[in-house]
Design a protein around this ligand. Structure first.
Ligand SMILES: CC(C)(COP(=O)(O)OP(=O)(O)OC[C@H]1O[C@@H](n2cnc3c(N)ncnc32)[C@H](O)[C@@H]1OP(=O)(O)O)[C@@H](O)C(=O)NCCC(=O)NCCS
Length: 310
């Protein structure tokens, strides 16, 4: 069996900050940011919390699925910026949406690859515990770990949450993952400790990301045993439009199946893939019966590819 995406939902802070607004307090400009990243603006939490965004996105996904809360057997949230060290965001969603007490609810941490690992974990619960549906969420309030005086990092990231309701289907499950045990390229000390701040070597991460994305696509397809031409959409983690554009050139004729929506969001880490799926479903770029390849990469360094159906 494999995973089928039944529906998606997203939630964003009400406040969006443009590149021009950033250049009012940072030595940067729209031309520099847009030409290197494809980003024009990003959402930043004011009133919202990681939990409130996650609950809203999960609620939308549930409404869009038309699934009853009692039919959700598991809620798994990928996040690295929960408002609390504990309890988990997933527990808060369970209560907020009125899911049954026997719902499996926990968070996982794998930075920007997190949503793919959460999907893979949810697959295990669907299969082994014979659950009907699972909610898989990516939610981040990255603004709380950004140094807003560091122009080389703060312009790149944004806050947001995305969620999907998944069920089992008859297709083969394909999920490949890698980890390199690297702390230097991209890290943040534990939230709550002094100096919890995102640090990054942008060039090293760019180099890693382009090769990791390509490997994840190729090896996941190899494990699937089918050609890339049978994939209807390739949903990559949205870290930088240039990373995705660089990789999509390697697949001539497939460029239009890659999706890029970073322009108005920035990099929302674990939330970027479910936000993209939600947009693609809303715009009918994803419709029922499609085969999607989802690919994530991020701090760790980790990278992962997974095939889902709709
Ligand atoms: C961050 C990134 C856009 C930087 O692009 P780059 O072309 O590599 O730029 P560099 O880091 O070499 O910096 C070039 C210059 O721009 C400057 N610069 C950095 N940020 C700037 C900004 N926001 N505005 C203006 N100038 C900036 C640097 O200080 C440097 O100046 P210098 O040459 O005088 O020292 C790029 O490396 C990248 O996207 N990396 C991947 C990051 C990522 O996706 N992380 C998350 C992965 S999940």
């Amino acid at each position: 069996m494999g995973i089928k995406i039944v529906s998606a939902g997203k939630a964003l802070p009400s406040y969006s900050m443009s590149n021009e607004q950033m250049s009012a307090f940072l030595d940067t400009d729209d031309e520099w940011i847009y030409s290197r990243t494809g980003i024009k603006s990003r959402y930043i939490c004011r009133e919202e919390t990681c939990v409130s965004l996650a609950c809203r996105a999960a609620d939308r996904a549930l409404q869009n699925a038309g699934v009853k809360p009692e039919d959700i057997g598991a809620v798994i949230v990928a996040t690295t910026t929960n408002d609390y060290a504990f309890p988990s965001v997933a527990c808060m969603i369970q209560a907020d949406l009125g899911l049954p007490e026997e719902t499996v609810a926990f968070d996982i941490s794998a930075a920007c690859s997190g949503f793919i690992f959460a999907l893979g974990t949810a697959y295990g619960y669907l299969k082994n515990n014979d659950l009907k549906y699972a909610l898989v969420v990516g939610a981040e309030k990255l603004s709380r770990i950004l140094d807003h005086t560091d122009r080389s990092t703060c312009v790149l990231f944004g806050d947001g949450a995305g969620a999907v309701v998944i069920s089992k289907d008859d297709h083969k499950h394909v999920h490949k993952s890698w980890s390199r045990g690297n702390r230097e390229a991209l890290n943040c000390k534990g939230i709550g400790t002094d100096g919890a701040r995102l640090n990054m070597n942008g060039r090293d991460v760019f180099r890693f990301a382009t090769s990791a994305l390509r490997q994840a696509i190729d090896e996941t397809l190899k494990a699937d045993g089918e050609d890339i031409s049978l994939i209807d959409a390739i949903v990559c983690h949205q870290a930088n439009a240039r990373i995705i554009e660089n990789v999509m050139k390697k697949y001539p004729g497939m460029e239009s199946r890659f999706f890029i929506n970073i322009e108005q969001y920035g990099n929302t880490s674990s939330a970027s893939i479910p936000i993209a799926i939600e947009e693609m479903m809303q715009s009918k770029r994803i419709t029922a019966g499609m085969k999607l390849l989802c690919v994530g990469f991020g701090a760790g360094l980790t990278w992962s590819g997974l095939i889902v159906r709709t």
